[in-house]
Design a binder for this molecule. Structure first.
Ligand code: CA2
Length: 147
């Protein structure tokens, strides 16, 4: 089973700025941990981060036919990008939306997600641990489909 972890704009700054809001772990820490967890579970995990909307759309297109499930923290594009929504719907790969912070406890412009209603599930508010829960949820779902 092949999984893709996608991260959007500014998430490359994790662990270097605003640790009170986003925690101390870097994106490399999160990617390494999930890669280890995937290996233990005999899964493959690819990772991709970009600050560019079109690059994220292209990476989603590339996943068609080669990826079984996507974990995505689209960052601020969560709240603005119909293009990323359309790409995820276009490739029809099941995905889980992840956020470090609780977007519903923040500014009102972060309360709406263009992805959430199409996602298998949404995990937010648990810092880097949100990714672990999203990983478990996605794998559990995909394994259930295989059974
Ligand atoms: O909580 C999340 O994971 C977010 O996706 C993070 C986005 C924000 O726009 C979303 O509303 C919620 C922002 C990512 C910015 O990451 C930074 C990390 C360290 C320092 C500065 C920005």
């Amino acid at each position: 089973m092949r999984l893709l972890l996608l991260n959007g704009p500014n998430i490359n700054l994790l662990g270097q700025r605003e640790p009170g809001l986003y925690g101390h772990q870097t994106l490399a820490d999160i990617e390494m941990r999930l890669r280890d967890r995937a290996k233990t579970a005999a899964l493959q995990l690819e990772t991709f981060q970009s600050n560019f909307e079109g690059a994220l759309v292209e990476r989603i297109h590339q996943a068609m036919g080669s990826v079984d499930g996507i974990l995505i923290n689209a960052g601020a594009y969560t709240h603005t990008s119909i293009a990323i929504r359309d790409a995820l719907l276009g490739v029809a790969i099941p995905f889980v939306e992840v956020h470090l912070s609780n977007i519903h406890a923040r500014e009102s412009f972060r309360h709406h997600s263009h992805l959430a209603d199409c996602a298998l599930g949404v995990v937010c508010g648990f810092g880097a641990f949100s990714y672990d829960m999203a990983f478990d949820g996605l794998v559990n779902h995909l394994r259930g489909l295989q059974a």
